[in-house]
Structure formats: C-alpha cells, structure tokens
Design a protein around this ligand. Structure first.
Ligand code: 8YV
Length: 334
C-alpha cells in the first residue's frame, strides 16, 4: 500500500549544481531563491516559514533569534557544507529542528588545497607567476633568483587532527615534512605510527617548535581566536601559517601585525574573519607577495559540490522516511 503524502517543501538558500537541483525537483517540491546571493535575515525567516526543509550554506546565519520564533513547519536544516558554525545548533535543538551537514566528502580536496598553499608560500608560486604576467618576460635564470625554502625536513604543526587534518598529514609526510599535531584528543597509536606524528597536548609548546602551522579544526566557541595574539607570538621567526578552516580561529589583526613586522615568513589564507570582506592591510601584504590570499575555495571542486549535494539529498530522504539522517549534528559535537 502506498500513502500519498504531500511533497515536502525544500527551500534552497543558494543555487546548487544543476544535477543536484534536478534530482531534488524529482523528489521534493523545491523553492529556489531567485537571486543567487546570500539571503538577508528577513529572506531566511520567510524561507523558514514556508518550508519543511531549509538547505543552507556557510553564509546563512541561522542564529538563535531566527530559531526562537515559532516555525511550525520547519523540521530540518540540511547544511550544504561540513562546517556548521553558521547555525546555532543548541537553539535548533531547543526548537525541535534537526540539523545535518556534509562531512567527509571534502576532506581530500581541502587537504589538497592546504598542501597547495604550503607549497605556494614556501616556493613563491604566486610571486613567480606575477613577475611573468606583469612584465611579459623576466631576466632569465640566475643562481639566486626566486629562492624559496625547502619543505623536506621541516616541521609541520597541525591544529585539529580530524579527518581533514589527517588527510593533510598524509600528504605532508609524502613531501618529507615532520608531522606534529595538537587536538582535543590524541589519535590512536596506529594513526600516529602511520603518520609518524608527534602529539602535543600543549598547543603553546607545539607553536614554539614548528616551521609551518596548518589550521584544520572546526570553528566553535572554544576555538574562537584559538590562535590569539599571545599564541601567535610563540611562533618561531621565519615560520609561516596556512588556514583553510575558518578565519575566526585566528586573531586576524594580531596575525597581520606580526606579518607586517616581518616576524613570519608569510601566510596562506583561504578564509578570513570578516569574509567576504578583506582587511585592507592583508590586501597590501598580498600585493607585496608577503601573503597568499584565496577566496574560500579549498573545497571548491566540481566533484565535492556534487558529493555534498548527494549527501544533502540522502539526509533529507532519510529524515523524511522517519529515520535518523546519517549526518545529524548534535549540540556540543561539531
Ligand atoms: C563549503 C566549507 O564549501 O564545508 C565547509 O565547511 O568551509 C566549504 O568549503 C561551504 O561550507 C559550503 O557551505
């Protein structure tokens, strides 16, 4: 016997890959926001009022205020993304709204981009390319031209040895880097042996001993400005920092100060505290080839976007069928 239930209304805050939207339209009644830009809080409220499921992205601030108003219809917020720092999970839980995300499918791509930034900063990739583009030529090979620093043998400190941090460590090891990490909990002896990784219970102590720092932890209230001014000052002169996680984990003005002072050899940043706005001092440093800036593109592969969409569909379908969705996010567990 089949029951005819009305199609669930699924509102998308942003346009998703065509294949994903097409499949969603076969399964649900989909509402697509006509303007492909982040929704205002008022537009989000309206979308939440008329849908059973809201598909969000990192630029939608689903805060306690939005969630405290009665939204009798909304049952699920299905985030298109791994990070869920834009959603107040506690408030959603209190309102009886389930939240899901899309973990795992962007680990490898994000780790690739982290390595790309590590290579680009240490080997002056952007600067070299700019020299050719600006002048249309270059003085030719010279023994001292465009010297960078060798990666092999240097110490990489990974802050957050979750799935992405581990994927970074695997790649980094292949480049001859020595792996150090700080995490809330220590990895298994097997993982440590596989990666040749050294655990630092004290982040402060690790910072003082690494040549390169990679930020790979989620952004939560506990990791806000984890790399504070005091901690950034512990980094060795000549070391550099790469962030493909969230801008808020680093005290950005403090980082800019020490970059301007020339204490760090550089930085590779894919995320920013006030993104999409950029601190103009950072832009100046980038123009002087002292930092490399990217527009939050670490997970931006076509494959990742499709896999993320598939996960969103699976989460919605499972939830609709009365089961626990595979990627449910619970309060206190980022
Ligand atoms: C996603 C990300 O593309 O998944 C994440 O946490 O930071 C991004 O790479 C973005 O979140 C989409 O919502």
């Amino acid at each position: 016997m089949t029951t005819d239930r009305p199609a669930w209304v699924v509102a998308l805050t942003r346009r998703l890959p065509e294949e994903i939207e097409r499949r969603m339209a076969e399964l649900f009644e989909v509402i697509v926001h006509p303007h492909d830009r982040p929704m205002t809080q008022r537009e989000l409220a309206a979308a939440m009022d008329r849908s059973d499921v809201l598909v969000t992205t990192l630029s939608d601030k689903i805060d306690a205020r939005l969630l405290s108003e009665a939204r009798p219809r909304l049952r699920l917020i299905a985030q298109y993304g791994a990070g869920i720092d834009n959603i107040d999970i506690e408030a959603a839980h209190r309102a009886g709204i389930t939240v899901t995300n899309t973990p795992n499918v962007l680990n490898e791509d994000t780790a690739d981009m982290t390595m790309a930034l590590i290579l680009a900063v240490s080997r002056r990739l952007v600067e070299g390319s700019r020299e050719l583009l600006d002048k249309g030529t270059w003085p030719g090979w010279a023994p001292d031209a465009m010297l960078g620093s060798r990666l092999s043998g240097r110490r990489l400190g990974i802050v957050g040895m979750g799935r992405i941090g581990t994927a970074v460590a695997r790649r980094a090891r292949a480049f001859g880097l020595e792996i150090h990490y700080h995490n809330r909990s220590r990895a298994s002896a097997r993982t440590e042996a596989e990666l040749g990784a050294t655990y630092w219970d004290s982040l402060d102590q690790m910072l003082a001993r690494v040549d390169i720092l990679s930020v790979n932890c989620p952004y939560t209230p506990a990791t806000y400005h984890l790399l504070s001014r005091r901690r950034l000052a512990l980094l060795q002169a000549g070391s550099f920092i790469v962030n493909t996680a969230r801008g808020e984990i680093i005290d950005e003005p403090a980082l800019i100060d020490i970059l301007e002072e020339g204490r760090l050899a550089g930085a590779g940043l894919d995320v920013f505290e006030a993104q999409p706005r950029l601190d103009e001092r950072l832009v100046r440093l980038a123009a002087q080839d002292r930092v490399i800036l990217l527009p939050h593109m670490a997970s931006a592969t076509r494959e990742a976007r499709l896999d993320m969409g598939e996960k969103v569909i699976i989460n919605i379908r499972t939830f609709m069928d009365g089961h626990r969705p595979p990627d449910r996010v619970l309060p206190g567990r980022p």
